[in-house]
Design a binder for this molecule. Structure first.
Ligand SMILES: [Fe+2]
Ligand SMILES: [Fe+2]
Length: 164
């Protein structure tokens, strides 16, 4: 069994959606994304189940990326401590958008499903990058009161999208 990182453990804490620090809320979304990715990558999944899970994942990713950028990444990108990972994260979001737009253009359903799997690989890489490089830096260097304030902004921006 894979060893869980400290951050993943925090993500399982049962916290209310609007009073937690931003990292806790972000991790809650990441967990929801992974649940959907597991459905997409399951060897037992039918094509119908894959497409249904992907449709949910796509909505969640759009909503999460937008709120993550507007609440956190744009605040961090001009700070020398966070600049590299914040800018990289924003650019990876743009790549996600390109792949998601491309998936819809693949007409053959079998090939479309393959592109969905590829998207999951790219997304998993991004989530891991945030969880191992960016979030620990945020936890270490930004006070909890500030993380909670940013968390409130994130929750507000995420409120129109699917719940984790
Ligand atoms: Fe994220
Ligand atoms: Fe992200």
């Amino acid at each position: 069994m894979k060893k869980k990182s400290k951050l993943q453990i925090i993500s399982q804490a049962n916290v209310s959606f609007d009073s937690a620090g931003v990292v806790t809320l972000l991790l809650k979304d990441h967990r929801a994304m992974r649940e959907l990715m597991e459905k997409i990558d399951s060897p037992r999944a039918t094509q119908r189940a894959i497409f249904a899970a992907y449709a949910k994942l796509e909505k969640l990713v759009h909503s999460h990326m937008k709120a993550e950028e507007e609440s956190l990444l744009h605040r961090l990108k001009d700070h020398k401590l966070f600049e590299d990972k914040a800018k990289e994260g924003i650019e990876e979001h743009r790549v996600h958008e390109l792949i998601m737009a491309h998936v819809h253009r693949v007409k053959d359903p079998e090939r479309r499903a393959i592109h969905m799997h590829i998207f999951c690989e790219v997304l998993e890489h991004h989530l891991k990058e945030e969880e191992t490089k960016l979030f620990p830096r945020v936890q270490k260097n930004i006070a909890l009161t500030t993380r909670k304030k940013i968390g409130k902004i994130f929750a507000k921006k995420r409120s129109s999208g699917p719940k984790p």
